[in-house]
Design a protein around this ligand. Structure first.
Ligand SMILES: Cc1cc2nc3c(=O)[nH]c(=O)nc-3n(C[C@H](O)[C@H](O)[C@H](O)COP(=O)(O)O)c2cc1C
Length: 371
């Protein structure tokens, strides 16, 4: 038995995780095919290589055509995509791993080039003044079209159907991507949500869509297989601007998530230095551990030492690692065997093909090292 906190087993609802080293969701732009489906050669191989993680969370996967915002990201809304994901889930399960899919709608972070010239959908017509990664390279984002109530209802239905598809594809669960400046986050923050109907104005109204999606999704799958991702102190990135009401909004959301029996709440520490922003929270795990009663997963810029410490200090139960998993498929074993980590190559994060994707080396003994 390992004494490292990261390598202890964990009971996640009805799932038994073999360790607490979680693979964070990461878009890799490898679904370079007409159907935008994952493939056996690339995706199944990539995720299988990383199956010694306690849990893998897949790359963000669009829940509909409307939801897409980056080139070559896989979807979970068509038959070929479900079939493609089956290759992935069975490869991971054969390697004794567990995998959730991240369900994604980018909202205003998309571009008309993805929608036949139509504007992307968002809570309000506020341009994030960011860049969208289109088939023709990076382009400036535009002011999106304000979603109608029917658009919102359709989006909720799309999330529900995507969750159903995910179950059919053999996933162990889903993570709803409600962070990083995408659709839900655009509803939460007053700077991107200027609505004056039931989805805007008050904190409760701005958070409403997330709970409606949760209520819809839990009709088609067990509640304890649904995770939620939030990034409360995201500021100056992905078009997000915090204000005085941002943290109180997340306080409300996280408190209310206690009414659900979720698989986990996945939080990120700030992605940028927010120490000068008076209304930002600089210590996310510390603030929300006492608020949230269920499993708390923490992410962003953790290494082995910090990961062990955050669990030992009681500030989180699980730690999600992003970039370290790109270049170290055997990350959990490397922690167990104290093997040095290999560096990642940013140039191949989204570049397509196996280079920088499935060609990173395993440098550890793979058997018998984890609890
Ligand atoms: C190449 C890349 C792609 C990412 N794609 C996603 C994504 O699809 N969904 C998501 O929630 N976060 C995404 N992220 C953010 C990561 O999940 C994670 O929060 C971030 O990398 C910080 O963790 P780290 O310091 O361990 O890398 C991505 C990060 C990287 C580097």
């Amino acid at each position: 038995m390992s004494t490292q906190a990261l390598l202890k087993t964990y009971k996640l609802g009805d799932l038994e995780l073999k360790n607490r080293v979680i693979m964070a969701p990461m878009t890799r732009g490898r679904a370079d095919n007409e159907e935008k489906k994952p493939t056996r050669e690339l995706h199944a191989e990539y995720y299988k290589q990383r199956a010694s993680a306690g849990l893998i969370i897949s790359e963000g996967s669009q829940i509909s055509e409307d939801a897409v915002g980056y080139i070559n990201t896989p979807g979970i809304h068509s038959k070929p995509q479900i079939e493609g994901w089956k290759e992935v889930t069975s490869a991971v399960h054969d390697a004794d791993g567990k995998i959730f899919i991240q369900l994604w709608h980018v909202g205003r972070m998309s571009h008309p080039d993805f929608h036949g010239g139509e504007l992307p959908l968002a809570p309000s017509p506020v341009n994030p003044n960011a860049k969208s990664f289109t088939p023709e390279g990076f382009k400036d984002t535009v002011a999106p079209r304000e979603m109608t109530i029917d658009d919102i209802k359709q989006t909720i239905a799309d999330f529900k159907q995507a969750a159903k598809n995910a179950m059919e594809a053999g996933f162990d669960g889903v993570e709803i991507h409600s962070s990083n400046g995408y659709l839900f986050h655009q509803f939460f923050n007053a700077t991107s949500n200027h609505r004056n109907d039931e989805y805007g104005g008050s904190i409760e109204n701005r958070a409403k869509i997330l709970f409606e999606v949760l209520d819809a999704v839990k009709e088609v799958m067990p509640e304890n297989r649904i995770g939620i991702r939030l990034n409360p102190s995201m500021h100056g990135l992905f078009g997000m601007t915090m204000d005085e009401e941002t943290i109180p909004t997340f306080d409300y959301i996280i408190e209310k998530l206690n009414e659900y029996d979720l698989s986990y709440l996945h939080l990120s520490e700030p992605f940028s230095d927010v120490s000068e922003i008076s209304f930002a929270e600089t210590h996310i795990a510390k603030r929300y551990r006492p608020v949230y009663n269920g499993t708390l997963m923490i992410n962003s810029n953790f290494d082995q030492e910090k990961g062990n410490k955050v669990i030992e200090d009681g500030d989180a139960d699980l730690v999600a690692f992003g970039k370290p998993f790109i270049s170290n498929p055997d990350l959990a074993e490397r922690f167990a065997q104290d093997v040095e980590l290999d560096p990642w190559d940013e140039d191949t994060f989204y570049s397509g093909g196996e280079k920088g994707y499935t060609d990173y080396k395993v440098k550890t003994e793979r058997e018998g090292v984890l609890n």
